[in-house]
Design a protein around this ligand. Structure first.
Ligand SMILES: C[S@@+](CC[C@H](N)C(=O)[O-])C[C@H]1O[C@@H](n2cnc3c(N)ncnc32)[C@H](O)[C@@H]1O
Length: 231
């Protein structure tokens, strides 16, 4: 595939507080693995996780809320899981849309390793696991699913979302799950204001055209936000 690589600003967010796995771009050479039985896309599967990645001992509650509320992804095109962890969202996208290319990005190399291994376990050939800065500039996403890394801080999170939402196709949709007490409503307000100004841009990309944000669902202390073309 031709094209240049851009720099994702928040990809370089350093450790901010506790929970190194959440921010680290250093590999954990000897991170112990564990297997985790989990239900994804209506299938009971056994996947591999680690205590050194986000929610390595269970399917995160927010992720479950997102998976419950989100509409089925399109059957083709480029689909993105932003911040893949051990892969539950990327793997679900790939299981539901075998004809699509699924991009699973994470700054944490162990998370990428686990997602790739899990895709292999499920026999999925349509998952591309990659560091954020490795995604070529000319890739546009018809769907983005994300349980975003809220704890990187507001400025880094805004930069991260700005970077990736600018890469939606004109009719693309993004679905984000955010805990209410971690600022879901203020994030929605920021997105609404920001998207209204229509100045989201990725390098070499057109501005994101006329998108809006709405709350798609709310459960168990989480909000699911949908970013979609304005009607
Ligand atoms: C809340 S976790 C979600 C993990 C997984 N999607 C899930 O649902 O279990 C957020 C993930 O974002 C990753 N992350 C942090 N900063 C990032 C960045 N700048 N770009 C991409 N991923 C990032 C973290 O390493 C973490 O795995």
């Amino acid at each position: 595939m031709a094209g240049a690589r851009s720099v994702c600003p928040a990809a370089y967010a350093g450790p901010v507080s506790s929970g190194e796995h959440y921010f680290s771009d250093r590999p954990h050479e000897s991170a112990p693995r564990r297997t985790l039985p989990v239900s994804l896309a209506g299938r009971e599967v056994e996947l591999v996780t680690s205590g050194h990645v986000f929610s390595g001992d269970r399917l995160d509650l927010g992720t479950r809320v997102l998976l419950r509320d989100v509409p089925a992804p399109p059957p083709s095109g480029d689909l993105l899981d932003l911040g893949c962890g051990w892969g539950p969202l990327a793997l679900t996208l790939a299981l539901l849309s075998p004809g699509a290319r699924v991009w699973a990005v994470d700054v944490n190399p162990l998370a990428r390793e686990l997602t790739a291994e899990n895709a292999g376990r499920l026999g999925l050939r349509n998952v591309r696991v990659i560091a954020p800065q490795e995604v070529l500039d000319d890739v546009r996403f018809t769907t983005i699913w994300s349980n975003p890394p809220i704890r990187i801080g507001k400025a880094a999170l805004h930069a991260l979302l700005e970077h990736w939402l600018a890469r939606l196709t004109d009719d693309g949709h993004a679905y984000l799950v955010v805990q209410r007490h971690l600022g879901a409503d203020s994030l929605q307000a920021w997105l609404a204001q920001h998207l209204a100004t229509r100045h989201l841009t990725a390098p070499h990309a057109d501005p994101l055209p006329r998108h809006g944000v709405r709350r798609l669902g709310s459960a168990k202390g989480y909000r699911v936000l949908e970013v979609r073309p304005a009607r």
